[in-house]
Design a protein around this ligand. Structure first.
Ligand code: FAD
Length: 255
């Protein structure tokens, strides 16, 4: 029966992809701009990258532009990244405007085509910690999590784990909450996001992209929330540059 063939095709393909990703070079939690850009460059360099997104659709905070007006803004220094993805932009008042629909869909498509294996509806709820190092993620199905069902999660192993969960900083928070550890921040703890300063915020995001605990890196707004930087509103260059820097740092680490 056709119905059986349809169901078999879905289950077989999903399971073979999932089985292939039990062990990874890099697992990225969060499919916003920083996670997608990092995944793109790492996969292009031949690394085995799996990206987990808890929502149905990826793109994080891109889709709504600023207050629902569908344009995102970057400055000149982020243009090479847009060019690598083939995403178009319009020069405007010394800034560059990008249709947020093209930005989100272009980053997602670019990451998939580069070889990033993406699982949506998959929430990272904890990490694997052994010998003082993060060695993977503990994941569950988002619908199970949202329903509050009493169902145990499963585990994916990775040489490097990335928290790109944005403002919520979910992976670092659970690590800090459950373990008596010191993060690689000035205080050893999470410093929390500060009020708006676009110029400083963008710089801060890129500067503070990096390792926050052995085996665990932060990028994008997660880096801001972790290291105590200012928010910056709907300017996205910092997020893109953070993803690219993260890929470079991880490539050096994996050597
Ligand atoms: C309330 C709000 C305030 C904002 N304020 C700012 C701001 O001050 N400055 C700024 O530049 N931009 C802001 N933005 C816009 C936007 O979020 C960011 O600029 C940009 O999208 C951040 O990129 P990112 O890659 O860090 O993470 P995001 O775009 O936030 O993407 C993170 C992704 O991680 C996913 N995720 C979260 N937790 C998990 C988990 N446990 N497991 C799996 N996936 C997970 C989310 O569903 C999301 O798709 C804001 C957006 C919102 C909604």
């Amino acid at each position: 029966m056709k119905e059986v063939a349809i169901t078999r095709t879905i289950i077989k393909n999903h399971m073979s992809r999932l089985l292939d990703r039990l062990e990874n070079d890099v697992v990225i939690a969060g499919g916003g701009p920083s996670g997608l850009v990092a995944g793109f460059y790492l996969a292009k360099a031949g690394k085995k990258v799996t990206l987990l997104e808890k929502k149905l659709s990826l793109g994080g905070g891109i889709w709504g532009g600023g207050m629902g007006y569908k344009f995102a803004v970057v400055e000149e220094n982020a243009l090479p990244i847009l060019d690598d993805f083939g995403i178009r932009y319009i020069k405007d008042d010394n800034m560059y405007a990008i249709d947020s629909i093209e930005l989100a869909s272009g980053l997602i498509y670019g990451a998939v085509k580069a070889g990033v294996e993406i699982f949506n509806l998959t929430s990272v709820e904890d990490v694997v910690v052994q010998d003082g190092r993060v060695k993977g993620v503990v994941i569950n199905s988002s619908p199970i999590e949202i329903a509050g069902l009493h169902v145990d999660p499963i585990t994916l192993i990775s040489k490097i784990t990335v928290d790109a969960t944005g403002h919520d900083l979910e992976v670092v928070r659970v690590l800090a909450r459950k373990n008596e550890i010191k993060l690689l921040t000035p205080t050893g703890s999470i410093l929390g996001e500060r009020s708006m300063d676009a110029e400083e915020g963008e710089k801060f995001t890129v500067e503070n992209t990096g390792e926050v605990f052995p085996g665990l890196y932060v990028a994008g707004m997660a880096a801001v929330a972790c290291f105590g930087g200012p928010r910056m509103g709907p300017i996205f260059g910092g997020m893109l540059l953070s993803g690219k820097k993260l890929a470079k740092l991880i490539m050096e680490n994996l050597k």
